[in-house]
Design a protein around this ligand. Sequence first.
Ligand code: UT7
Length: 313
Amino acid sequence: MKGLKIISTGSAIPSRLVTNDDLSKIVDTSDEWIYPRTGIRSRFFCNEGESTNSLALDAARAALDKSGIDKNDIGCVICATVTSDYVTPSCACLVQAALELPNDIPVLDINAACSGFLYGLEVARGLLNSTGGRYGLVIGAEQLSRILDMTDRSTCVLFGDGAGAVVVEADEDALYDSVLGARGGHQISCKGVGYGTNYVHMEGNEVFKFAVDALPKCIFELQKRHSFTLDEISKVVCHQANSRIIDHCVKKLKANPDKFYKNMDHFGNTSAASIPLALAELDEKGMINSGDKLLLVGFGSGLTWAGTLITKE
Ligand code: UT7
């Protein structure tokens, strides 16, 4: 089975900047509470005319433009999201149509919450291998502001909107692997359409405990399979939920904290978008180069978890 390598990245950030001070004017909170507990200072929310689907499209277009490949060579489109504009058609299908991508390829959304992008990579890998396709477009996009209860300070300060995308290539020689799983459960939940108000609810402490256990386990498992040290990895990109969760992981692994990228200070937690947004930001800053090995680690609702070892072309 061929592995995957990253050819290019793209991102889209909505236009409304919301600082912790802005939130303190609408709920009983403060920068003094939010920042030390989460590492978040601000996030972006969609304005009128912006949505999960428009962000997904912009991020996908940017990744495709940068890839230099012919769009007719895209072999699948996967969008990881829990906030697609429509229940159906999928966000991925709308991106496919807008970018005029081939119509004889698999195109679908997946929901594995904040682990969704990494599940998406593995789904793309499977589809490219089974169909013989060469390139895949994998997107993580969210408009979480649409499902936030702005009177619930325990959730509304944590999340933000955004999208990231990558073009990947299926390659026999690519160093690629993933570990995926889920423990089930309702610790983070949001009801579907037809159930009245659909807001995110979260048992923050339970999720925290799960995350600090799951993140290092994913990394240890990949290390066991491929015998690498973190010195050989250029960057570890964890889901950007909370700076303290990443700090715990660094401590448990006795790792160099500089390896672990953090950008939740300006994006907050963007669920399925957080890892591809971070990848695109690293790429834009010139912080990932050709041949770099990356370790991507996610965790989220459903107590899903995922770890991916992948290389930048
Ligand atoms: O992608 C999904 C993954 N989600 C996560 O990774 C979330 C993981 N969990 C967390 O990051 C943390 O549990 C939180 C940041 C959500 C909460 O931090 P905490 O230190 O666990 O706080 P807590 O929930 O135990 O609440 C402590 C206090 C409570 O007040 P009392 O009962 O002690 O008087 C809360 O009501 O802080 C209060 N509180 C707030 N105060 C000011 C909760 N939210 C806020 C707020 N501003 N925004």
